[in-house]
Design a protein around this ligand. Structure first.
Ligand code: UDP
Length: 240
């Protein structure tokens, strides 16, 4: 059997990952590709939990700018992540992966409530676990959820799947032609150089808990499997 670098991982899929090339909503073909990769990760005997974003459907901050109450808008955002979670759950089950969705907000007809010990049990049984509903609190992001859940379930790494960027750069590669891709960077260096890996709440959770982060391009072939195998894909943020 192929030897993997990690035995338990947390994958963060932003809402943009769900819309694929279509650019909005949910693209089922894209989800099938992602689900097939997750299946192979489980076949490698690696526990994988997924935190899903919701930005393809709704963003609280954007709705606030248009005049909506922020807390209500954020709850709508959390519900958007539940929609994505159900779509991913369906895609996973279609390719034969037993899956459980746990939500941070009560929605018992469609998902289990988030219970850490139960989530770990599902992983031990070889099920994929999807975390929906963000942290369950407004003013938070699903990046923060990903860092939090990763630490809670004792994942060895946080896999940050990106769209249209293949790692962390010294500057914004879309704006600065001198921007260089970094293969490896420490948490402190990323903080001091303001490398913008994720929002500050999410990043400080990773820093304080010494959680490695791999930032990689989801569109690259077999990207999730390769990240799990520890191949040199994207950028690793690690204090090792
Ligand atoms: N959200 C929230 N609390 C959380 C996670 C998410 O209020 O703990 C809301 C927030 O409004 C956010 C939306 O859900 O804009 C979608 O999440 P996010 O923007 O993180 O999704 P992504 O950028 O990953 O697609």
């Amino acid at each position: 059997m192929t030897s993997t670098k990690y035995k338990r991982v947390l994958l963060k899929l932003s809402g943009a990952s769900f819309s694929g090339k279509v650019g909005h909503g949910i693209d089922t073909d894209t989800l099938t590709v992602i689900a097939t990769q997750i299946k192979r990760v489980i076949e490698m005997k690696v526990g994988i939990a997924v935190v899903v974003g919701g930005g393809n459907i709704w963003r609280g901050a954007t709705a606030e700018q248009k005049g909506m109450d922020r807390v209500t808008a954020d709850y709508a955002g959390m519900l958007a992540t539940v929609i994505n979670a159900l779509a991913l759950q369906d895609a996973l089950e279609k390719v034969g992966v037993p899956t459980r969705t746990q939500s941070a907000i009560g929605i018992q007809q469609v998902a289990e409530l988030y219970i850490r010990r139960r989530a770990i049990r599902h992983l031990e049984k070889g099920r994929a676990v999807i975390f929906a509903g963000g942290t369950g609190n407004p003013y938070m992001t699903t990046d923060t959820t990903a860092a939090l859940r990763a630490v809670e379930i004792e994942a060895e790494v946080l896999l940050m799947a990106k769209n249209n960027v293949d790692g962390i750069y010294s500057a914004d590669p879309h704006r600065d032609s001198n921007a260089k891709k970094l293969n490896k960077v420490s948490h402190l260096e990323a903080l001091n150089r303001r490398l913008n890996v994720m929002d500050t709440t999410a990043f400080s959770l990773c820093l304080e808990n010494n959680l490695p982060i791999v930032v990689f391009d989801l569109q690259a072939p077999r990207s999730i499997e390769r990240a799990v195998l520890g191949e040199n894909i994207g950028t690793i943020v690690s204090s090792e």
